[in-house]
Design a protein around this ligand. Structure first.
Ligand code: BGC
Length: 658
C-alpha cells in the first residue's frame, strides 16, 4: 500500500522539466487514445450499453477519427511526441464471427504507415474495454472457451502489423473492466455479481497469458515488446489510526492491485474475492514491460460509495478533478514502487486529468512528469510516458462531459484546438527529444574499386551488416528515433531496409544531384532542425553535447571539428568557422577538420539552396564564414573511402558494439 505522502508543490522547482536532461534521450514520449472513444460509428458491447449508462449519452460519431485519421496524425506530430498508443476495434475488424473486414484491417495498417511516415512509433492495444456484439452475446469474458476467439483476432492483427508495430498491449486495465462491469455496474454488462467478477477476472488473465505466449511464438514475436496495462488506483485509509479504514484500504488494494501484480509475478492468480489461487498456464513472465495507467488515490472507509457519482472523500488540501477524485501526483511514485517487484521496464501508458477548462491540466502534467523524472533519477527503469489523451473524447459512462484531451474537441463541428496544456506538454517533450537525423546515403565509392560503382557506399557490409545500419545503431543509442535517408539515384537498393526502433523515410533522386541537390529536393521532408550525417562515415560522438552547444550558441549551423586528423580543411576562430576549403592543399593556418555530424537549421538550406546539382559543404560552409559554429570533439570518425580504411573499420566494429 505504501505510505501516503504529500508534497508542498508550491516549493517544487520545475526547471528540470525544460532542461533537456531530466529524461533519457530515448524516452518514449507519447499520447494515448482508445478506438471506441474517438473513432465514431462503432457497434459493439459499449454502443449497445450506452442508452443504459450513467450519462445515457451515445458515443455516436465521437471525434469522427475514422474519417479524420490523417488530420489527427498531424495533431500528434505537432505535439512533438515520438509514440502513439491506440487500440484496435475488434468489432470493426471482425464484425461477424469469422468474417474479416479487409477494409477495416487496411485502415489500421494505413494508420501505422502514416504514423511511421511522420516519425511516430505506434503502440497497439488489442482490448480496450470493447468487443463485438456477437462475442458479447456468446458471453464475452464470462466464458473461458470464448478466449480463443479473441486470440484469433489478436493473431490476425499481429500478422498484419507486427512487421511495423514494435509495442503491443494485450488487455487494457483488466481490473477496471471487471470491477466497473461486474461490481459497480457502470460499464457493460452493468452487473453486480462477485461470482461473475471472479470468473471474468480469471478469464482476462488467461486471455492475457495466452495472447502473450501466442504472439511471442509468431514471426516478429521475439522482436516486439508485449505487455499488460494495469491501472494502479491507490487506496489509503481515510483515518490512518482507524483499523477499519486500514483494513478496508488493504482489502481494496489487494483486490484491485496486488492480486493482479502477484499473478503476473508468480503465475498463480487469486481473483478478487476468491478463496484460492489458480495456476494460469503461461502467466508467469508474460509481459516484456508493465504498462501503468495512473490517475488517483481513493480514501477508504467501510462506507465508501459504490456508485461513481457520489463524491469520494479527499484530503482538505487536495484539489478535485472534474471526475471528482483528487489530483494526487505523489501516488505515481507509489505506483512505480508497487510494480517494481515485477522487475520489468515500466511505461506510463496513461496519465491525464478530466478538466473542462484546462486550468488544472498544466499543473497536472508538471507534477506527474516531475515525479517520473525523479523516479528515473533514482534509478527506476521507466521507459516512457503517454498522456491520456490526445484529444477530448467519449469518456465511457461519463459520456462527453469529462474532457481529458490535450486538444479541445468541439463535438458538433469536430474542430480540434490545442489547449494550453497541450502546448506545455509539447514544449517539455521538445526540450528532451533529439532532432531528426538526415543521412546522405547515396554516394558511390570512387576509391573502392568495382564494388561501389553501382551500389551506394552506405550499403556496403562491414562486420556483418551495412555501414548504414551501424550508423543507425549509433543514432538510436543517442536517442534519435527518426531518420530521413537520402538515397541518391540508386534508391531502389534500399527497398525493404528497416531499423528497429527508428522510423525511416527514404527519398530518391532520378539522377545524381550531389549532397546539396539531394537535400534541396527533400526539403519538404526536413524538420526545422536536423542532424546531418554522411552515410559512409561512422562518427560515434555524443549528440547531446553537440545539440546543447548548438542551442546555447543559437547557431544556424554547428559543425563538429576535430584537430586530430592528418590533413586540415578549415580555419576556426573564436569557436566559429572562418574558412573552409577541401581542395586538398590547405593554407598553413588551417587548424581543424570537419569530421561529419552537424546540426542544421532548415533555414540555412532555404537560404542557400537551389535546383540542380551542387555540393552542400562546398557551397554552404564558405558562405557562412563566422556564422557557423565549431563544436570541438576529437572522437575518431571512421570513413570507408579506401579499402584500407574499410578494413580498419571492420576491425573496429568486430571489437566494439555500438
Ligand atoms: C481508461 C481510459 C479512460 C481513462 C480516463 C482509463 O482507465 O483506460 O479509457 O478514458 O481511464 O478515465
Amino acid at each position: 500500500m505504501g505510505i501516503e505522502e504529500h508534497r508542498d508543490w508550491d516549493s517544487v522547482d520545475y526547471t528540470r522539466l525544460l532542461s533537456g536532461d531530466f529524461f533519457p534521450p530515448d524516452f518514449m514520449w507519447g499520447v494515448a487514445t482508445a478506438s471506441h472513444q474517438i473513432e465514431g460509428g462503432n457497434t459493439n458491447n459499449w454502443s449497445a450499453f450506452e442508452p443504459r449508462s450513467k450519462s445515457g449519452q451515445l458515443s455516436g460519431d465521437a471525434c469522427d477519427h475514422w474519417n479524420r485519421k490523417e488530420e489527427d496524425i498531424q495533431l500528434i506530430k505537432n505535439l512533438n511526441v515520438s509514440h502513439y498508443r491506440f487500440s484496435i476495434e475488434w468489432s470493426r475488424v471482425e464484425p461477424q464471427q469469422g468474417v474479416w473486414d479487409e477494409a477495416a484491417i487496411q485502415w489500421y495498417s494505413d494508420l501505422v504507415d502514416q504514423l511511421h511516415a511522420k516519425g511516430i512509433q505506434p503502440m497497439a492495444t488489442l482490448h480496450h474495454f470493447t468487443h463485438p456484439l456477437w462475442w458479447d452475446e456468446k458471453g464475452g469474458f464470462e466464458k473461458e472457451d470464448n478466449v480463443e476467439d479473441w486470440i484469433r483476432f489478436s493473431v490476425k492483427m499481429f500478422e498484419v502489423l507486427s512487421d511495423r508495430v514494435d509495442w503491443w498491449c494485450t488487455i487494457n486495465e483488466p481490473a477496471v473492466f471487471a470491477s466497473m462491469g461486474y461490481v459497480l455496474g457502470e460499464f457493460p454488462p452493468g452487473e453486480r455479481s462477485f461470482k461473475k467478477t471472479r470468473i471474468v477476472s480469471t478469464n482476462l488473465m488467461i486471455a492475457h497469458a495466452r495472447c502473450y505466449q501466442t504472439l511471442k511464438s509468431m514471426e516478429h514475436g521475439k522482436r516486439t515488446q508485449i505487455g499488460l496495462v494495469k491501472n494502479i488506483n491507490l487506496f489509503d485509509p481515510y483515518r490512518r489510526w482507524n483499523p477499519l479504514h486500514r483494513f478496508q484500504a488493504r482489502l481494496l488494494d489487494g483486490m484491485f492491485n496486488l492480486c493482479w501484480i502477484k499473478g503476473l509475478m508468480t503465475g498463480r492468480f487469486k481473483a478478487p474475492s476468491a478463496l484460492r489461487s489458480k495456476e494460469i498456464p503461461g502467466l508467469k513472465g508474460s509481459s516484456d514491460f508493465i504498462g501503468v495507467n495512473y490517475y488517483t488515490h481513493l480514501l477508504a472507509t467501510p462506507f465508501m460509495p459504490t456508485k461513481v457519482d457520489i463524491d469520494p472523500l479527499i484530503r482538505p488540501w487536495e484539489e478535485r478533478t472534474d471526475f471528482r477524485y483528487p489530483m494526487y501526483a505523489e501516488g505515481l511514485r507509489r505506483a512505480f514502487d508497487m510494480v517494481s517487484c515485477l522487475n520489468l521496464p515500466i511505461i506510463v501508458t496513461e496519465n491525464g486529468v478530466a478538466d473542462d477548462d484546462d486550468d488544472m491540466r498544466p499543473e497536472h502534467i508538471r507534477r506527474h512528469l516531475q515525479i517520473t523524472g525523479e523516479a528515473i533519477a533514482d534509478g527506476m527503469d521507466i521507459r516512457g510516458f503517454y498522456h491520456w489523451s490526445l484529444m477530448d473524447n467519449f469518456e465511457w459512462a461519463e459520456g462527453y462531459d469529462q474532457r481529458f484531451g490535450l486538444y479541445h474537441v468541439d463535438f458538433k463541428t469536430k474542430e480540434r484546438t490545442l489547449k494550453e496544456s497541450g502546448a506545455l506538454y509539447s514544449e517539455i517533450v521538445k526540450a528532451h527529444r533529439m532532432p531528426q537525423v538526415v543521412i546522405l546515403a547515396g554516394g558511390l565509392g570512387t576509391r573502392l574499386g568495382e564494388r561501389t560503382k553501382q551500389m551506394p557506399k552506405s550499403l556496403i557490409e562491414v562486420s556483418g551488416k551495412p555501414i548504414l545500419s551501424h550508423i543507425l545503431d549509433w543514432t538510436r543509442t543517442q536517442g534519435c528515433m527518426e531518420a530521413l535517408i537520402l538515397t541518391g539515384h540508386l534508391g531502389e537498393q534500399f527497398d525493404g531496409f528497416r531499423h528497429e526502433g527508428m522510423a525511416l523515410t527514404f527519398h530518391q533522386e532520378s539522377e545524381p544531384l550531389g549532397t546539396g541537390g539531394a537535400l534541396w529536393n527533400a526539403r519538404h521532408l526536413l524538420q526545422d532542425r536536423f542532424i546531418l550525417l554522411w552515410g559512409d562515415d561512422l562518427h560515434p560522438i555524443d549528440y547531446g553535447r553537440l545539440v546543447a552547444h548548438h542551442e546555447q550558441t543559437s547557431s544556424p549551423l554547428t559543425l563538429t571539428v576535430t584537430t586530430k586528423h592528418d590533413e586540415m580543411n578549415l580555419l576556426h576562430v573564436d569557436g566559429k568557422i572562418s574558412q573552409y576549403d577541401k581542395s586538398g592543399s590547405p593554407p598553413a593556418e588551417f587548424n581543424g577538420y570537419e569530421s561529419g555530424t552537424s546540426v542544421v537549421e532548415k533555414s540555412v538550406l532555404l537560404e542557400h539552396g537551389k535546383d540542380g546539382k551542387w555540393s552542400w559543404e562546398e557551397t554552404v560552409y564558405p558562405n557562412m564564414s563566422m556564422k557557423a559554429i565549431a563544436h570541438m570533439d576529437n572522437t575518431k570518425f571512421w570513413d570507408m573511402g579506401t579499402p584500407e580504411r574499410l578494413a580498419r573499420l571492420e576491425e573496429f566494429l568486430n571489437k566494439t558494439s555500438l
